[in-house]
Design a binder for this molecule. Sequence first.
Ligand SMILES: CCCCCCCC/C=C\CCCCCCCC(=O)SCCNC(=O)CCNC(=O)[C@H](O)C(C)(C)COP(=O)(O)OP(=O)(O)OC[C@H]1O[C@@H](n2cnc3c(N)ncnc32)[C@H](O)[C@@H]1OP(=O)(O)O
Length: 205
Amino acid sequence: MTAPQELTADPHQDGVDAAVTAARRVIESLLRAGSGSTAEMGRIADQLNSVADNLDEHAPAMNQRMVDMWAGEGTTRHDPVTGPENAIAPPLQLIGQSDGSVRGVLTLGLPYQGPPGHVHGGISALILDHTLGVANHWAGVSGMTAELTLRYHRPTPLFEPLTITGVQTGVDGRKIRTSGAVTAGGEVCVSAEGLFIAKHLPRPR
Ligand SMILES: CCCCCCCC/C=C\CCCCCCCC(=O)SCCNC(=O)CCNC(=O)[C@H](O)C(C)(C)COP(=O)(O)OP(=O)(O)OC[C@H]1O[C@@H](n2cnc3c(N)ncnc32)[C@H](O)[C@@H]1OP(=O)(O)O
């Protein structure tokens, strides 16, 4: 039996990961502030633009960045679900379990809101698509999403721990079937069934 394993890049306390953590806080704070805020938004916009100018000025060329981010440890650092270098990632940390499934727990805040106080359905779809992809990796046969069927059973709450699970259920030639769920307080909020096709795009080099 395989021991549980972390399937997500560990966030560092410094470097770009620390800046990304700060950026996530900015996104959340802007939503919290809204148009009724007494903060000087014009000045805040100038400050944020100067931060972005500084980052762009020091960034490698895009083609070089595309090579780096798909090489070595880079692979799991930039995706929009688990990536510690991606400010739009919640981020979710996934653990491969001994029973072959993958599992993670996260709490979503205002940036991921759809209906009032609840998670946007497209965000649940994003998280489940990625989790099913990681479940395939953990199971040893992975591919690209061909179909993703979601069932939204009940509204998914913001501000509460959500358990995200995924497991590969079958492989038939190049067709891979995978299922998963988002649960809150032990109740299934969203369930997913995915068909993946064993195919991998070449990594930029
Ligand atoms: C500390 C670190 C530790 C490390 C751990 C790392 C873990 C993490 C690692 C990695 C995690 C990554 C997680 C990613 C998750 C996200 C995944 C995505 O978002 S993928 C992007 C979205 N999907 C696309 O863009 C696909 C676009 N579509 C295509 O490219 C093609 O249509 C494709 C590949 C789906 C199929 O095309 P064809 O040409 O390769 O194959 P054909 O010949 O058409 O089909 C093969 C068989 O599949 C069936 N098929 C194909 N599509 C189907 C469909 N939609 N429905 C039903 N059957 C379908 C066909 O009927 C055929 O079946 P018959 O062999 O004849 O029986």
